[in-house]
Design a protein around this ligand. Sequence first.
Ligand code: PLP
Length: 367
Amino acid sequence: MNVPLLDLKRQYQTIKDEINAAIGEVVESQGFKLGPRVAAFEQEIASYCGTKRAVGVASGTDAILLALMAAGVGRDDEVITTPYTFFATAGAVTRVGARPVFVDIDPRTYNIDPSKIEDAITERTKAIMPVHLYGQCADMDPILEIAERRGVPVVEDAAQAIGSEYRGRRAGSMGLLGCFSFFPSKNLGGYGDGGMITTDSDELADLLVSLREHGQTETYHHWTIGTNSRLDALQAAVLSVKLRHLDGWSDGRAANADYYDSRFEGTGVAAPHREEWNRHIYNQYIVRVPERDELLSYLRESGIGCAIYYPKPLHLQECFKTLGYSKGDMPESERASAETISIPIFSLLSDEEKTHVADKVLGFVKG
Ligand SMILES: *Cc1c(COP(=O)(O)O)cnc(C)c1O
C-alpha cells in the first residue's frame, strides 16, 4: 500500500464546489489586486487568531521580512532565533541587514529553549523570533517575560502554526507581530503562495499596508521604501473557503496523532512531545529514532511518504559561514536534524493507511 505524506487532491475533492465557485467569482470580477475579497479574508484571520488586525502579503517569507522591517529591525541589529527551522526564518533576518543569533532548542518540543535566550541578548538585540515548529507553540510565557524585561519585541514565526494555542492564546497573537504562510502544504494552504501578518497595533498594521505597496501612502507618493508583496484576491478567495474547514482538519490531524502516540508508546520510536497546555495542530508529525536514515530508506521502499525537516540546522548552512558558528555549537538542533523524520498525518488518512504506517514504523524498530 502506498501512503502519501500529504494528499491535497483528496482535500480538494471534499470542497471542490465551494472552491470553484469562489475562484469563479474572482475571475468574473477581474479584480485580482487586494480589494474587498482580501480585506474580508484579513478580517477573518484577525478574528481567528484573536488580533485586532491582519495584513495579507505574498508569502510567509515576506511576512517575516516585512514584520521585521515594521518592528524597526535593520542594519547591524541582532535577532535571536532558532537554528532548527525552515530557512526563511533566518534568511529574512539577513535580508533586512541584521544578524541572526541562534539559540538551541528544547529537544522534547524542537522549539527554542527559553532558558538559553537571556545569555544571547546584547545591546544590539532588536527582536526575539520564536518559531512554533511543526504546529506547536514555543514556550511563550518565559520568552515574553524576558522580552518585556529587556525591552525587546517578540515577532512570532507562526508559519506552521495557524490555530495552535499556548495556554488558551492563539499563535500569532502573543508577540508584537505574528507571521503566517499559506504555502500549499501548510495546514491552511493556498493554491500558490501567500502570507499574513497579525498584530494588535493599528500603527504597525497601517505601516505594513504601506510597506507591501512600495511604501506608498497614496498612489505614486512614497514616504519610505517597501516592496511589492500583496496577497492576491484569488488566493484570498480560496483561503476563505478553506478557513471554514481548518479546525476540522486540524482536529483530524490531532486524532491521527493520538492514534500514532498510542501505537508508539513504550517502543523504540519517540513520538512528539505535546505540552499539556498547548493545542498542537500537527503541521508535521515527527518521530525520533537513532537510525533515522535507515528508517527513511525503509519507509520510502515500502511506499510510505516521509520527509526530513530539517536535515541541516541553519547555523551550519554555507551561506551563514560568516556568522562564525561551527559544528557542536547547537548540539540539540544537530541531534534533532540527524534523528527525526516526518510521517503522514493529514486529516483524510484512512484508518487502513495509518494502521499501515504505524505497523511499518514499528516493524522497522523491532527489526
Ligand atoms: C513555510 C515557512 C516559512 C515561509 O513561508 P513561505 O510561504 O514558504 O515563504 C517560514 N517559516 C517557517 C517556519 C515555515 O515553515
